[in-house]
Design a protein around this ligand. Structure first.
Ligand SMILES: Nc1nc2c(c(=O)[nH]1)N[C@H]1C(S)=C(S)[C@@H](COP(=O)(O)OP(=O)(O)OC[C@H]3O[C@@H](n4cnc5c(=O)[nH]c(N)nc54)[C@H](O)[C@@H]3O)O[C@H]1N2
Ligand SMILES: Nc1nc2c(c(=O)[nH]1)N[C@H]1C(S)=C(S)[C@@H](COP(=O)(O)OP(=O)(O)OC[C@H]3O[C@@H](n4cnc5c(=O)[nH]c(N)nc54)[C@H](O)[C@@H]3O)O[C@H]1N2
Ligand code: SF4
Ligand SMILES: [Mo]
Length: 811
C-alpha cells in the first residue's frame, strides 16, 4: 500500500469530509490549507498548538476582527510539517458554539442563575475558608502548564492540602508508574523521530490512525517513499489502524500480559536476548506480596524461571493469538539487524494491571536490546495535549510536586517550600485523594465519612467521563452540603449537577503553554477576546487565592507575609493581577512558567526559557544551553549521542536509576485475570473508546457542524453473527446491560471498528448516551487508573412497544 501523509489523512477523514460537504460553512470560519503569504488581506496569523490530541501539531491561526476565521497546518512545525487531521482543520470552530458560557451561574432554588464575578469569587473563597481540608481540585491534562502550576501551588503550598488530581489519572497514570518503576523517572526516552527510523512498528492495543492521525501519517508516508516498514496491530478489535497494518493479532482482552511474557520467554529460551545490553544496563525486579511501585530485587535466573511457563502454546491458550504468531514476535525481537518501535496508549493503561503491562513492554525492549538507538523505542503515547506538560511535569497529581518530586519526601517538600518562599512545614506530607477516591468521598454523605465537600473542576468533564458514573458522580445529587464548582466553556454533563459554573476563556482566547507526547513544550499567545464575561482559568485561581488572602487565610501568605502569587512588572511593582482589568498588564504565563522552570532542573527535565519557546514550534526537554549560548533540545534521552546529561563514554545512562547504578529495571509480572470477565449472566465483553471526529465528551467537536454531522451519535459495534443470533440488524436499538445498569443504542455492523464475536464496543463521546453509567470502576492497585476497556455485559434486542428515544435530541 502506498499512501503519502496527505492522502492518508484525506482518506481517514473522508467520512467527515463527505458529510461536511453537504453542510453550509460554519459562519465566517473556513478551513484552508492556504499558505500564510497568500492569505487574504487583513488577516493576522499567529502560531498555536492544536487544542486536541497529544500529537501536538502546530496550527496557524488566522484572525480578523477579533475572530478566528481561518486555520492552516503549520509548515514550520516538525511534528506535522503543515498537515492536520480533520479535527485540527476545524479547531477554530470550537470557540463559536452558540451556547458558550458567558456569565458566572449560581444554583439558587434548583436553578442556575447569573451572578457577578465578584460574588462568584466570594462563594468559592468562603467554601474553602470554612473547610479547607474538605476542598479538592479536579484538573486536567488540557490545563495549560501555568493553569496547572497555579492550582498546584494554591492547594499544596497555600492550603496545605493535597487533594488535587487531574483527569490524566484516567489516562496516563499507568504509563507514569511504568516509566518510574523502569527508569526511575517519568516520560519516554524516545520521540517521534523513532517512527521515521523503525523497521517494525508494533501497536499494542491502540488506534493511532484515528487517535494520533498526523503522527500515524508519518510512518505511512515512508511507504510512499518506497521505504519498508512493517506495521503490527495487536488489538482486541479491528480498527482503521488494522487496515494499514501488515499483521493483525487479535487477543482476548487483558491477555496482553501473557503475550509480552511469551516474547520474553522465547528470547531467553532461544538465547536471542541481548546479553551484553542486559549485563551493562539492566537489573531485575519482581513484585512484593502487595503491589508496590518499586517491588523487590530479583535476578536473571529467577526471572528466567518465572517465565518458563509462558510457552507459545500456553500463551495461545490464554490470549487466543496462535503460537506461530507469538513465535513470529519472539523472532522479531530476537533480531539485531532491525529496529523496533512499540507504541501504546489506553488499551495498555486503562487496565487493572496497567502498571505491569507498561513494565512488561519496557522489559521486552530492554531484554532484547531494542532500546537506545533511533527507531528502537518503547513509547507510550499521551492522549491529551498537555497530559505530559501539565499533569506529569507540573506534577498535579495527589502525591506529587513539580519537577518529578513527591510530597511524601521531606527534602522534596523543603526544596519546594524554598522555591515558593513558604515557611517550613507548609506542605503536607500526606498524599491527597486520587481521582476515583476523591469522587467517591465527594459522593458519600458527610455522616458516612465522605470527607470531601467541595470540588472545583477545571477543564474536564467528570460527569461524563468518570467510570461507573452513578457511584462516582450522579450520587452527589441529594447529598446536602456537597458543593460542585465547574469552570467550563459550554454546558455539559458536569454543569448539570454544578452548584456554581464559572465561564472560561479557551485556547487562543488566552495565553497558554502545552507539553506534548514527545516531551515538547509549546507556547502560544492570546489572539482573540473571550465572549461575554468568560475569563482565564489561571485568573480564577489567583482571584480566589487573593480573596482568601484578604480574608486572612494564613496559607495565602509566603514567609515574608507577601501574597503567594505576587507578580511584578518590569519596574518591580506588584501588579494586582487578581483584578481582571489588570490581568494582562503583565505576562502572567511567562512569570509563572519561569518560576516553575526552576523545578524542572531537579530531575533533568529542563524546559526552555519562555522567550525561546516564543521563537520555536515547541522544544523537547531537556533543553540545554550550549557554550555558544544557543538552547538545544534533546530528542533522545539517556543516550550519549543526544543527551548531554549522559557522562562521556557511557553510551547509555539511566541517570535516575532506581537502583542507583545507572541501570534500568526489567520486571517480571505474571498474567492474572481481569477484574470482571464474561460469565453466564453477562456473557460478552464491553469495551469503550473514541472516534476520529470527536474529542472525548464532544463538548467542543459536537458544536462543529462538520464533525457533528459526520458522527452524530453513539452506537454499539458488534460482530454480525452475534447480532444475527440476537435478531439485531444494522441500526436496530439494542440494550446493553452490565452489573451497574443498562443503556440503549443503535447497532452498527461492519462499520469502522469490527469487534470479534463475543465483544461489543461503544464510543463514549455522546452526552445523551452515557456509556460510563455502566462501565466498571475497578482500578490498577499502583497507578489507580480505572479499566474502561473491559467489563462483562449482555446485549439484547430492545423490547418493542416503548417509543424509541431520540438519538440526538438536542439537534
Ligand atoms: N479523535 C480523537 N483522538 C484522540 C482522543 C479523542 O477523544 N478523539 N483522545 C485522546 C486521548 S486523551 C487518548 S487517551 C487517546 C486514546 O487513544 P487509543 O488508546 O488509541 O484509543 P481508545 O479508543 O481509547 O482505545 C482503543 C484500543 O484499546 C485496545 N484495547 C482494548 N482492550 C485492551 C486490552 O485488554 N489490552 C490492550 N493492550 N489493548 C486493549 C483496542 O485494541 C483498541 O485499539 O486518544 C487521544 N486522541
Ligand atoms: N468510557 C470511557 N471513559 C473514559 C475513557 C475511555 O476510554 N472510555 N478515557 C478516559 C480518558 S483517557 C480521558 S483523557 C478522559 C477525558 O475526559 P474529560 O477530560 O472529562 O473530557 P473532555 O471532553 O476532554 O473534557 C474537557 C472539558 O473542558 C472544557 N474546556 C475546554 N477548554 C476549556 C478551557 O480552556 N477552560 C475550561 N475551564 N474548560 C474547558 C470542555 O468543554 C470539556 O467539557 O476520559 C476518560 N474516560
Ligand atoms: S493529530 Fe491531534 S494535534 Fe494533530 S491536528 Fe489532529 S487532533 Fe490536532
Ligand atoms: Mo486520555
Amino acid at each position: 500500500m502506498s499512501l503519502d501523509r496527505r492522502h492518508f489523512l484525506k482518506k481517514t477523514a473522508m467520512a467527515a469530509a463527505v458529510a461536511a460537504a453537504q453542510q453550509r460553512a460554519f459562519g465566517k470560519y473556513e478551513n484552508t490549507e492556504l499558505d500564510a503569504t497568500t492569505a487574504a488581506d487583513g488577516l493576522k496569523w499567529d502560531k498555536a498548538p492544536c487544542r486536541f490530541c497529544g500529537t501536538g501539531c502546530h496550527v496557524r491561526v488566522g484572525v480578523k476582527d477579533d475572530k478566528v476565521v481561518a486555520i492552516q497546518g503549520e509548515q514550520l512545525a516538525d511534528v506535522n510539517k503543515g498537515l492536520l487531521c480533520v479535527k485540527g482543520y476545524h479547531v477554530g470552530g470550537i470557540l463559536y458554539g452558540k451556547d458558550r458560557l458567558t456569565q458566572p451561574l449560581l444554583r439558587k432554588n434548583g436553578k442556575l442563575v447569573p451572578i457577578s464575578w465578584d460574588e462568584a469569587i466570594d462563594v468559592v473563597a468562603q467554601r474553602i475558608y470554612d473547610k479547607p481540608d474538605e476542598f479538592a481540585i479536579y484538573g486536567s491534562g488540557q490545563w495549560t502548564i501555568p493553569e496547572g502550576y497555579v492550582a498546584q501551588k494554591f492547594i499544596k503550598g497555600g492550603l496545605s492540602n493535597n487533594h488535587i488530581d487531574p483527569n490524566a489519572r484516567l489516562c496516563m497514570a499507568s504509563a507514569v508508574t511504568g516509566y518510574l518503576s523502569t527508569h526511575g523517572v517519568d516520560e519516554p526516552a524516545g520521540c517521534y523521530d523513532d517512527l521515521d527510523k523503525c523497521d517494525v512498528m508494533i501497536m499494542w492495543g491502540n488506534n493511532p490512525a484515528e487517535m494520533h492521525p498526523v503522527l500515524f501519517s508519518r510512518v505511512i508516508d515512508r511507504r510512499s517513499k518506497g521505504e519498508e516498514v512493517m506495521l503490527i496491530d495487536i488489538g482486541t478489535r479491528r480498527t482503521r489502524t488494522t487496515e494499514y497494518s501488515d499483521e493483525y493479532l487479535e487477543f482476548k482482552p487483558h491477555s496482553d500480559l501473557a503475550i509480552a511474557n511469551g516474547i520474553a520467554h522465547l528470547l531467553i529460551k532461544n538465547g536471542t536476548y541481548d546479553k551484553s545490553f542486559v549485563e551493562r544496563f539492566c537489573n531485575f525486579r519482581k513484585d512484593t506480596d502487595t503491589p508496590s511501585l518499586f517491588g523487590q530485587p530479583s535476578t536473571f535466573e529467577e526471572y528466567s524461571k518465572l517465565l518458563e511457563p509462558y510457552t507459545p502454546e500456553y500463551v495461545e491458550e490464554l490470549s487466543g493469538v496462535s503460537a506461530e504468531k507469538i513465535r513470529m514476535l519472539g523472532e522479531l525481537f530476537g533480531r539485531r539487524d532491525i529496529r523496533i518501535t512499540s507504541l501504546w496508549c489506553m488499551g495498555v493503561n486503562q487496565h487493572t494491571r496497567g502498571t505491569n503491562m507498561n513494565r512488561l513492554l519496557h522489559g521486552i525492549h530492554m531484554l532484547s536490546g531494542h532500546f537506545g538507538k533511533p527507531g528502537d523505542a518503547p513509547t507510550s503515547l499521551t492522549g491529551q495535549p498537555s497530559a505530559c506538560g501539565t499533569a506529569r511535569e507540573v506534577g498535579t497529581l495527589a502525591h506529587a510536586l513539580p519537577g518529578g518530586r513527591i510530597v511524601a519526601k521531606e527534602p522534596h517538600r523543603k526544596d519546594c517550600e524554598r522555591i515558593w518562599n513558604l515557611p517550613e512545614g507548609r506542605i503536607n506530607a500526606k498524599p491527597g485523594y486520587h481521582t476515583v477516591k476523591m469522587w467517591e468521598q465527594f459522593c458519600t454523605s458527610t455522616e458516612e465519612g465522605g470527607d470531601v465537600s467541595t470540588i472545583w473542576v477545571q477543564v474536564t468533564n467528570p460527569g461524563h467521563t468518570l467510570p461507573n458514573l452513578k457511584k462516582h458522580f450522579t450520587n452527589k445529587e441529594g447529598l446536602k452540603d456537597k458543593f460542585l464548582i465547574v469552570s467550563e466553556v459550554y454546558p455539559t454533563a458536569s454543569t448539570k449537577l454544578a452548584d456554581l459554573v464559572l465561564p472560561a476563556a479557551m485556547w487562543v482566547e488566552k495565553n497558554g503553554i502545552y507539553g506534548n507526547s514527545e516531551r515538547r513544550t509549546q507556547q502560544w499567545f492570546k489572539m482573540v477576546n473571550p465572549p461575554g464575561e468568560a475569563r482565564d482559568d489561571c485568573w480564577m485561581t489567583i482571584a480566589v487565592a487573593r480573596r482568601l488572602f484578604e480574608m486572612g487565610h494564613p496559607g495565602m501568605k509566603d514567609k515574608d507575609g507577601g501574597f503567594i502569587f505576587e507578580l511584578k512588572d518590569d519596574s518591580g511593582a506588584e501588579v494586582p493581577v487578581w483584578e481582571w482589568e489588570r490581568y494582562y498588564d503583565v505576562n502572567v504565563d511567562k512569570q509563572l512558567y519561569e518560576e516553575y522552570r526552576e523545578f524542572t532542573y531537579m530531575k533533568h527535565k529542563d524546559v526552555a526559557p519562555y522567550d525561546e519557546l516564543v521563537k520555536a514550534r515547541g522544544l523537547r526537554w531537556p533543553v540545554v544551553q550550549r557554550a555558544n549560548g544557543k538552547w538545544e533540545e534533546t530528542p533522545f534521552r539517556f543516550m550519549e549521542f543526544s543527551d548531554s546529561y549522559v557522562e562521556k563514554g557511557k553510551e547509555l545512562q539511566f541517570y535516575h536509576s532506581v537502583t542507583g547504578d545507572d541501570k534500568a529495571l526489567i520486571w517480571f509480572c505474571p498474567y492474572d485475570p481481569p477484574a470482571e470477565a464474561p460469565d453466564q449472566d453477562y456473557p460478552m465483553w464491553l469495551s469503550t473508546g473514541r472516534v476520529l471526529e470527536h474529542w472525548h465528551t464532544g463538548t467542543m467537536t459536537r458544536r462543529i457542524p462538520q464533525l457533528r454531522n459526520a458522527m452524530p451519535h453513539a452506537y454499539v459495534e458488534m460482530h454480525p453473527e452475534d447480532a444475527a443470533e440476537k435478531g439485531l440488524a444494522n441500526g436496530d436499538l439494542a440494550v446493553i446491560e452490565t452489573r451497574r445498569g443498562k443503556i440503549e443504542m443503535p447497532v452498527w455492523l461492519n462499520g469502522r471498528g469490527r469487534p470479534p464475536r463475543g465483544t461489543v464496543f461503544v464510543p463514549f463521546f455522546d452526552e445523551n448516551l452515557l456509556i460510563n453509567d455502566i462501565t466498571l470502576g475497578e482500578i490498577d492497585p499502583i497507578s489507580k487508573e480505572p479499566d474502561y476497556k473491559k467489563c462483562a455485559a449482555t446485549v439484547y434486542k430492545r423490547p418493542s412497544g416503548k417509543p424509541a428515544p431520540a438519538l440526538d435530541p438536542t439537534r
